[in-house]
Design a protein around this ligand. Structure first.
Ligand code: DC
Length: 220
């Protein structure tokens, strides 16, 4: 039987990874957080002072970098960076990383390889449009910027990060939305045949139940 691919796209803080993880557990799917992969490259570029405006330096970086992903553990060249990739510093530079064609091409290829031969759920910005345009189910998860900024603050609080105010988080998030939606390479947009779910006023359980209904229909 053919493997099932589920794509969840949407802006930062719309709840994609929380939902994708739960759906993966419930339906025994392999989960891939593609945003984390861009964050891993951002981490490497920062550590190695890579000049992102120089094509050759970017090419060299993509040859040298080795990404290993094991559930919630993210390793860059054998170093566990699971915590480091979630810091505001990485969040600030990752949009630049995600706008570079060469990096996107490498990561898209890797994403396809990782999901190959498995029933998978992937979350990101371009899963339903570029990585797997023929995905069996495409969800476009949205929420208001204010709600998303509130969630990010809560998330930082839980991790003991308190570097930015709500206003700063909201403004950075709007800025990142703008970059992600207007970049030339695979901008964030709703895939044609995707199902849009607004998570602003829905609980996590309600969203999961809604998506589960569509997944169960796939088997009919
Ligand atoms: O989902 P996130 O905040 O961890 O994503 C980090 C960055 O990577 C964000 O700027 C969007 C970008 N991204 C992307 O361009 N394509 C993806 N498939 C996933 C993330």
């Amino acid at each position: 039987m053919k493997n099932i691919i589920i794509a969840i796209d949407g802006p930062a803080g719309s709840g994609k990874s929380t939902i994708a993880k739960l759906i993966a557990k419930k339906h025994s799917l392999t989960y891939l957080d593609t945003g984390a992969m861009y964050r891993m490259v951002a981490f490497f570029s920062l550590e190695n002072n890579v000049d992102l405006n120089d094509e050759l330096s970017v090419k060299k970086m993509m040859e040298e970098i080795r990404l290993d992903i094991n559930n919630e553990q993210f390793m860059v060249n054998n170093k566990d960076v699971s915590k480091e990739i979630r810091t505001p510093e990485i969040t600030r530079i990752v949009s630049k990383i995600a706008s570079i064609k060469q990096i996107r091409e490498n990561l898209v290829q890797l994403q396809r390889e990782i999901a190959k031969g498995k029933n998978s759920i992937l979350d990101g910005r371009d899963i339903g449009t570029v990585v797997f345009p023929n995905a069996d189910l495409k969800i476009f998860l949205i929420a208001s910027p204010e709600e998303r900024a509130k969630r990010r603050m809560k998330d930082y609080e839980m991790k003991g990060i308190n570097e930015e105010s709500y206003e700063e988080v909201l403004s950075a998030l709007k800025h990142r939305d703008h970059i992600d939606m207007t970049r030339e390479e695979s901008p964030l947009k709703k895939a044609e045949n995707s199902i849009e779910i607004d998570s602003s006023n829905l609980s996590i359980v309600e969203i999961c139940d809604e998506i589960s209904k569509y997944i169960l229909k796939l088997g009919e």
